[in-house]
Design a protein around this ligand. Structure first.
Ligand code: FE2
Ligand code: FE2
Length: 319
């Protein structure tokens, strides 16, 4: 039986692919500046400087748009935790180190630009936002990968599989948040962020695909674990459930989008269901994954949509 590769072996084997991907990313990434996207002319001082503090009537955003913006921003705010996860599970050397630094620097723009937009346009309560950020960042984010798994190689594989889906999920969420904001300036800003998330997804998806070619059985186990337990990194932030429900109900991010726009295209790209290089262990995991996807499609999504439609009809009847 072939033994599993360790973390160190995986990183060494995949480093040439990482190097190619970093070069490709740098050639494709567009430099942009958060300040260009902010309508500074709409801004004014707050009370401490002699102006007026925030009150709800100043916001032009709907409740759904507010919930989505806050969730997206707090998610982006937690970058130090993601940086720690990625740098612990990848490496600081060579192409891996270059990627971790570059990716972190690009991600930082996202929270900068969204926060500037929300504060300048008075879209949400800046005091509540700051309190939520303090709680959320103090809690931090952990993938829950145990140190033993890091050594076995599962740390890298779980991380790279998770971000392949998660970057695409944030792309979808930012893009759809742009649509519900009903402001062309917010829409342009969020499309810009979504384009970054797409390039991040391409890097991680390529790396995870290369891992699948290198160690099919080991990689499919990580992919299966991630897909079956997928949670957005915002889980645990204040009002996450309430805001998540609002976003799902109004098409910012729901279960069907999760399957059709995130999970299925990535699995298809890796050719998961048609590849012929799995051993008996990989075959078994693939079957379990196929059953999970099938259950989402046939049972969970229709059940969610029925409940959502009933809830929306009740709301319409009430208003
Ligand atoms: Fe981001
Ligand atoms: Fe990203």
């Amino acid at each position: 039986m072939v033994r599993d590769l360790t973390q160190r072996e995986l990183l060494a084997e995949l480093e040439p692919v990482a190097e190619t991907c970093v070069h490709r990313h740098l050639a494709m990434a567009k430099d942009w500046h958060p300040h260009d996207y902010i309508p500074w002319g709409r801004g004014r001082d707050f009370a401490m400087l002699g102006g007026v503090d925030w009150e709800p009537g100043q916001s032009r955003l709907s409740e759904v748009a507010k919930a989505a913006m806050i969730t997206n921003l707090l998610t982006e705010d937690n970058l130090p935790s993601y940086h720690r996860e990625i740098s612990e599970n990848f490496s600081r050397d060579g192409a891996w180190g270059t990627w971790v630094g570059r990716w972190t620097a690009e991600e930082m723009r996202h929270s900068t630009v969204i926060r500037d937009y929300l504060v300048v346009t008075r879209g949400v309560d800046p005091v509540a936002l700051e309190q939520a950020r303090m709680v959320h960042m103090t809690n931090g984010f952990s993938s829950g990968i145990a140190p033993a798994e890091v050594d076995s190689g599962a740390g890298f594989l779980h991380s790279v599989a998770y971000v392949s889906f998660q970057e695409l999920a944030t792309r979808v969420t930012h893009r759809n948040t742009g649509k519900v904001c009903d402001d062309p300036i917010a829409d342009r800003m969020l499309q810009r962020i979504a384009a970054d998330e797409n390039l991040h997804m391409v890097f991680y998806r390529t790396m995870c695909g290369a891992a699948l070619d290198l160690v099919p059985d080991q990689a499919i186990e990580a992919i299966d674990t991630i897909v079956r337990n997928f949670r957005m990194p915002g889980a645990g932030m204040p009002d996450f459930r309430r805001n998540g429900v609002l976003m799902a109900k109004h098409g910012v991010y729901d279960l069907r989008q999760h399957l059709e726009e995130v999970v299925a295209p990535v699995l298809r790209q890796w050719n998961v269901f048609d590849r012929v290089d799995f051993g008996p262990r990989g075959e078994q995991v693939r079957e379990r994954l196929a059953a999970f996807v099938d259950d989402l499609e046939r049972v969970k999504i229709p059940r969610f949509e029925e409940q959502r439609d009933r809830a929306l009809a009740r709301e319409r009847a009430r208003s």
